[in-house]
Design a binder for this molecule. Structure first.
Ligand SMILES: CC(C)(COP(=O)(O)OP(=O)(O)OC[C@H]1O[C@@H](n2cnc3c(N)ncnc32)[C@H](O)[C@@H]1OP(=O)(O)O)[C@@H](O)C(=O)NCCC(=O)NCCS
Length: 409
């Protein structure tokens, strides 16, 4: 039983191994499915949702309209948008027992863990849970899009020892989130900026969390099971968790005099600069440009543009330093400037990734429906890749099993 023996067991595996070597590369460059929902052109820094450039949507659309677009493959008429907004507003109130369950959790619980725990609790309250028709899945999607922000804001209130607030049907999705979070009427400019952020973060093709959602529902699990997996994947520091890590870095560097020295030493010791680099973009992430402008505008308005200036200094120094190492494609991603923007909006550090989820839930549910109904391919498929076994191997008969009492102690 000493040492690992490399074994390829079946003919099928031998064939696959001969044709493709895709192991341990994090599926980079591997196309696993078709999608009609969004597309990332990493070379040219282009992101489209259902054919529309993200720049157009960020400037002209709203989160509600973008969520409609992601789900229905076309922009809504005025009437369709009104109806969709109404459904979202009506779906906001959540059953009391959901908050009762959350109130029993330790107040120091991480908001992403609380959100992930809340998703199956919401499932138990969904009257359409066992109905797998397209209409029922759309109804579930609307409930999830409406309720994820209510959970995030509600948990913030609960951990502060306060009661969650009822939603306000007169407020837009972004405005209502700010209201339920703070209990104050939202500043119109900040609410509009948050709305833009939600549009920018709503979808991003087969990113890790969306792929997790799709993989889970490919087993025919329900939408909530897929979304819970998505929340878990988003929580990681290489994915949605990066925005909070960026803010932590900025706070730690607030009084640092030698930013370039710090950047050099980080890179020299093999550490990554959070909020920079991307698995697909090999140029500036188109969303980062918006967030940088927003950061400076909001920073000036609130007399706090030092966060954006500090970010820019880190960005420029890191790019110059990475260039000298021949790494010429690492640029700020969506998390780099969104961290400062969230901070300026008064969103606590550990709520930054949950706010990402408030936006991404729209993409997750659209992808789950596309996966379930094979909207972009011939028929639904169960994701089931192969792995190469490199563990102990004692031949086809297997290793000799000895009961615990007889085993060498
Ligand atoms: C997002 C990320 C995982 C994508 O990485 P990837 O395409 O898998 O590329 P790798 O991590 O393999 O990086 C390739 C090289 O660039 C370097 N690199 C990538 N991102 C870097 C960063 N932010 N800072 C410094 N170096 C970086 C890596 O160290 C690696 O160098 P090496 O070849 O000498 O080992 C990576 O850029 C990263 O960890 N960024 C920081 C976390 C982050 O912001 N995540 C949010 C993504 S939206």
């Amino acid at each position: 039983m000493d040492g690992a023996t490399k074994v390829i067991t079946t003919e099928e595996e031998k064939k696959t191994a001969a044709v493709v070597r895709l192991k341990n590369i994090g599926l980079r460059g591997v196309t696993v499915a078709d999608t009609k929902i969004s597309h990332v052109d990493g070379e040219n820094g282009i992101l489209i949702y259902r054919g529309y450039r993200i720049e157009e949507l960020a400037q002209g659309s709203t989160f509600e309209e973008t969520a409609y677009l992601l789900h229905y493959d076309e922009l809504p008429t005025e009437d369709a948008l009104q109806k969709f907004r109404k459904k979202l507003i009506e779906a906001r109130p959540i059953p009391e027992f959901v908050f009762c369950a959350l109130k029993n959790l330790p107040k120091e619980s991480r908001p992403m863990d609380v959100l992930q725990a809340a998703i199956p609790i919401l499932a138990t309250a969904d009257e359409d849970l066992d109905d797998e028709t397209r209409a029922a899945n759309m109804a579930k999607a609307i409930r999830l899009i409406a309720r994820v922000p209510v959970i995030v804001a509600g948990w913030q209130r609960i951990r502060e020892g306060r009661e969650p607030l009822p939603s306000d049907g007169a407020l837009s999705h972004a405005e209502n989130f700010l209201w339920q979070l703070t209990g104050a009427q939202p500043d119109p400019e900040i609410a509009r900026d948050l709305d833009t952020i939600l549009v920018l973060h709503a979808d991003h093709s087969f990113n890790a969390s969306t792929f997790a959602c799709r993989e889970v529902v490919s087993t025919r699990a329900h939408m909530y099971a897929g979304v819970a997996a998505g929340v878990g994947a988003l929580s990681g520091s290489l994915h949605g968790g990066a925005n909070a890590r960026v803010m932590k870095m900025l706070q730690e560097l607030r009084n640092e005099k030698d930013i370039s020295g710090w950047v050099r030493s980080e890179l020299a010791s093999g550490r990554k600069i959070m909020g920079m680099g991307h698995a697909v973009y090999k140029t500036l992430d188109p969303r980062a440009r918006f967030l940088k402008d927003m950061c400076f505008r909001l920073g000036k308005k609130l007399h706090e543009d030092h966060w954006c200036r500090l970010s820019t200094e880190i960005e420029e120094t890191a790019i110059a330093e990475l260039n000298t190492q021949g790494k010429t494609t690492i640029r700020p991603n969506v998390d780099f400037y969104s961290a400062s923007v969230y901070h300026l909006m008064g969103i606590p550090l550990d709520l930054m990734t949950p706010v990402f989820a408030v936006a991404r839930i729209a993409g997750w549910t659209a992808h789950i429906i596309e996966e379930k109904f094979a909207d972009a391919q011939e028929k639904p498929a169960l994701y089931r890749p192969l792995s190469e076994y490199v563990g102990h191997y004692c031949g086809k008969t297997g290793c000799v099993y000895e009961p615990v009492a007889k085993r060498k102690q």
